[in-house]
Design a binder for this molecule. Structure first.
Ligand SMILES: Nc1ncnc2c1ncn2[C@@H]1O[C@H](COP(=O)(O)OP(=O)(O)OP(=O)(O)O)[C@@H](O)[C@H]1O
Length: 845
């Protein structure tokens, strides 16, 4: 057939003149060419990063025209689609006043100092600029740290982190929560790939000093949440050290409900022409309008009864009760749990383990009605939903602390109530301080008829439980100490406290001895205050940046306790260890030691040592010497007190008493009846007794030797076991490595699910699309050919170019696929197989 057609074609062309033929062909060719030319080529598809860059340019070009007065909704700000989407999904449509006034300024790259009442939305006011800043710079995992948010407490950092996950879930940045109480190594492995870090100061500094892969040189933005707290005395040294590491070319945002105006503080941050935004500066009151505030005057010994009665009459409410110190919370929490008030009682303080802290925090967030006993670690920033009451059981150290404490209720357009309990000696000065700070508070009376007495019950508990009694004693001492160390002596006067009555109200029959009170009584409050002023003068003269006025003694006290691992420098820590750790409850018995600890932590603000020189000379002593002295002194003291070595006696089932410690040598060679009889008749046979003792010793030595050998073997077995476990762990890690290379950042997701504290913004888990993050290893490969920074960002952000990272869910236990899927051939018949299976199942159950 093909032969036929060729012949036909040939004939067709052969029929014509070749020149004509060519002309014809040429005409046709030109026509086709023209037609092809007229068709426009399809426009070249723009790559994703290019259109992203266009969007960014468009947004940035709108920045100069931002006018916060026109901004009714978030969409009126030039924000990225990803941020807007996140806001809409979290149901944030209209900005609050502080957000309206600060977001625009922050977008324009200005340093901002923002202040607004509690619960007015300051968190979002800095989170939006953080997200936008990194977006604008097309930040990727490879760029490392871009924004740093510092919070004073772990709980607040955790809360901000959750907030960021919510509104930033459409962005591809990684975010890490770096707080104390977690494995440093684990954090160190991930920190260098983290774009946004939310942290507490101490932990951050630890990483800055110890994690070699952690670089902060590219940081674009620094945020201090609760800025006045972070800038005050408690954190001053840590913050100074942190700021030293940071690049000076960065944007800084500071937010708080009680913003610092101290120029000295701000100078430490090298702010660049900061914009001050005081939203409620002209407002009539400095607390939320929806908050009802009142106070009662109550004797110290009536406070426990008052608290119990208050809780009993608010069983369906959510209440936070603030105390002056951890030990008060520890004792009263347990006491109230045993009193069974009819509502869940929870505790949150700095002496709890991290897990317990998180547990209490989360439990209180989720409860509809509960009472949370807390120290001032819960005073700032925490956004517990629907809190009805804030009860300040102990007077706050100053009006600022008062404002933050009451701010845990009546948040964002909600209502709330606050009750302050004052001692008669505190009333005048405190209420006048509050008035000066524009806090509307009215006095109310306690109805004595409604007061339920719990003293007898507490006494009964203490009689039953030695441990609880010790807690009560520590609570007693700690409270007095906190009052003694308060800065504002117009409000706090420890000499006014009636010790016996107070002790009795805690259930204690006798008031524990509080030696430092003698000193306080000797000097009197005025003298103490004078000394404090002198000391302050000295500090200022020295040019130190510790602004005593901004720093708050009580806050320091509780926060020093709460954040002890986060605020102190190593030298102070060592010193405090030498002077006895506050952590060790048993050491509280000696209140002088505690006093030592506190004077060191607070630089002896009351000069209780009575001499500057003494303290200095002590500090100058070589550390080893100090250790020796302390131990020797300790030993001598113990000797003086005539301490005896503890003995441990156990009772066997048959009632026999056996002394386990110290070990006593027992007769191991039983006497024969004959010998015993003989001895009874004729007195001691010395020869025989000697022989018996020799045998006895021999046998004892033998037994002892055997015991030691057995112990050695046991130790060896345990060591081998540990080594095997270690080897297995390493093997497992090696196995995981190739998987990590494949899974890239997905691995973080898995960790995230297990470990919230080192969690990263992640996508595969319900909230954040982390899977969109480019695989850093792949990006690095593709980047190596392209050294240009711009191109590097392009590669990382252009997801079309990067193979999507797939989330690989590893099974919890490695299962051999073959053994699981292939049927086992038993060589039996089906019926016999069934019988065998049933038999095996029967055995298992
Ligand atoms: N634009 C908004 N629209 C609706 N709700 C908002 C908005 N901004 C913030 N909120 C809500 O207001 C509450 C308080 O916000 P936030 O914790 O940021 O207050 P704050 O000013 O930081 O308080 P504090 O001074 O106590 O730290 C939160 O529950 C938050 O979800």
């Amino acid at each position: 057939m093909s032969a036929k057609s060729t012949t036909q074609k040939k004939t067709k062309y052969d029929d014509n003149d070749p020149v004509r033929n060519f002309e014809k062909w040429k005409k046709k060719y030109n026509k086709t060419k023209k037609r092809v030319k007229s068709v426009k080529p399809p426009p070249k598809k723009r790559r994703e990063w290019e259109s992203e860059q266009d969007n960014i340019n468009k947004l940035v070009s709108k920045y100069p025209q931002i006018n916060h007065k026109d901004a009714v909704s978030f969409a009126d700000f030039p924000l990225s689609k990803k941020t807007l989407k996140g806001l809409m999904e979290a149901k944030y449509r209209q900005p609050t006043e502080i957000q309206r006034q600060t977001v625009g300024l922050a977008l324009q790259g200005k340093d901002v100092l923002g202040a607004a009442k509690t619960g007015s939305g300051k968190t979002l006011a800095f989170l939006i600029p953080v997200l936008e800043c990194l977006y604008r710079n097309q930040w990727t995992a490879l760029d490392g740290l871009g924004a740093l948010i510092i919070s004073p407490t772990r709980e607040l950092a955790y809360q901000t982190f959750q907030f960021l996950r919510k509104v930033g879930k459409n962005h591809e940045f990684s975010a890490g929560l770096i707080i104390g109480g977690k494995d440093l190594k684990e954090e160190a492995e991930k920190i260098h790939r983290t774009n946004i870090i939310i942290c507490t100061p101490g932990r951050l500094l630890q990483h800055m000093d110890q994690t070699s892969a952690f670089h902060v040189s590219d940081l674009l933005m620094l945020v201090l949440d609760e800025a006045d707290r972070i800038l005050d005395l408690g954190f001053s040294e840590t913050l100074n050290a942190i700021v030293e590491h940071l690049p000076s070319q960065r944007q800084t945002l500071l937010f708080s409900a009680t913003q610092t105006k101290s120029v000295k503080d701000l100078a430490r941050l090298s702010l660049n022409e900061p914009e001050y935004v005081w939203v409620h500066e002209q407002a009539k009151f400095s607390t939320p309008a929806t908050l009802e505030q009142s106070y009662v005057v109550c004797e110290l010994h009536q406070k426990v009864d008052m608290l119990f009665s208050f809780i009993r009459s608010h069983l369906t409410k959510k209440i936070i009760v603030f105390f002056a110190c951890c030990k008060e919370v520890q004792y009263l929490f347990r006491a109230f749990c045993r009193l069974r008030p009819g509502i869940s009682v929870l505790a949150l303080h700095g002496k709890q383990q991290q897990m317990k802290r998180m547990e209490a925090y989360n439990e209180f967030v989720g409860k509809k009605s509960a009472v949370l006993f807390a120290t001032d670690i819960a005073a700032r920033g925490l956004d517990f939903p629907a809190v009805n009451w804030v009860l300040q059981y102990d007077c706050p150290e100053d009006a600022n602390t008062y404002i933050h404490r009451v701010g845990r209720t009546a948040r964002y357009q909600e209502g709330g109530e606050a009750l302050l309990v004052l001692l008669p000696s505190e009333e005048k000065a405190m209420t006048s301080d509050l008035q000066d700070r524009r806090v509307p508070i009215t006095k109310i009376q306690i109805n004595p008829e409604k007061l339920v007495t719990v003293q007898q019950k507490l006494e009964a508990f203490l009689a039953q439980e030695m441990e609880q009694k010790e807690r009560a004693q520590r609570c007693f001492i700690s409270y007095l100490r906190s009052v003694f160390l308060m800065k504002n002596k117009h409000v706090f006067d420890v000499t006014q406290i009636k010790l016996a009555e107070y002790a009795a109200s805690l259930g204690l029959a006798v008031a524990p001895r509080v030696r430092f009170l003698n000193k306080a009584k000797k000097h009197g409050p005025e003298e103490q205050e004078e000394k404090e002023h002198r000391k302050k003068g000295m500090v200022e003269e020295k040019g130190e940046s510790n602004d005593v006025e901004e720093g708050s003694a009580e806050e320091h006290q509780s926060e020093d306790e709460d954040e002890d691992d986060e605020t102190e420098d190593p030298a102070t820590k060592l010193k405090s260890l030498l002077c006895d750790s506050d952590d060790d409850d048993a050491k509280d018995e000696d209140d002088l030691k505690d006093l030592d600890l506190l004077t060191v932590k607070r630089k002896d603000v009351f000069n209780v040592n009575n001499s500057q020189d003494e303290e200095d000379s002590d500090l100058e002593m070589p550390q080893s010497r100090r250790v020796k002295d302390t131990k020797v002194k300790e030993a001598k003291r113990a000797q003086k007190r005539n301490f005896k070595v503890n003995s441990k006696i156990i009772f066997k089932d048959d009632g026999e008493m056996v002394q386990e410690w110290p070990v006593i040598q027992r007769p191991v060679v039983p006497d024969s009846q004959e010998e015993q009889d003989l001895e009874e008749e004729s007195g001691i046979n010395v020869e025989k007794a000697r022989e018996r003792l020799r045998l006895e010793d021999q046998q004892y030595d033998k037994n002892e030797y055997r015991r030691r050998v057995q112990e050695k073997h046991r130790e060896k077995r345990l060591k081998d076991k540990a080594a095997r476990r270690e080897a297995y762990k390493q093997k497992e890690e090696k196995k995981k490595k190739p998987e990590q290379q494949n899974a890239g950042d997905d691995d973080d997701d898995d960790d995230d699910e297990e470990d919230e504290a080192v969690a990263y913004l992640s996508g595969a888990d319900e909230e954040f699309d982390f899977s969109a993050l480019p695989d850093p290893d792949r990006c690095r490969d593709s980047d190596s050919a392209d050294s240009d920074h711009e191109a590097r960002k392009r590669t990382a952000s252009d997801h079309d170019d990067v193979e999507p990272v797939r989330r690989i869910k590893r099974p919890k236990h490695d299962v051999e696929p073959d053994t699981e899927s292939s049927p086992l051939d038993t060589g039996l018949s089906l019926g016999e197989d069934e019988e065998l299976v049933l038999h095996l199942l029967g055995q298992k159950s």
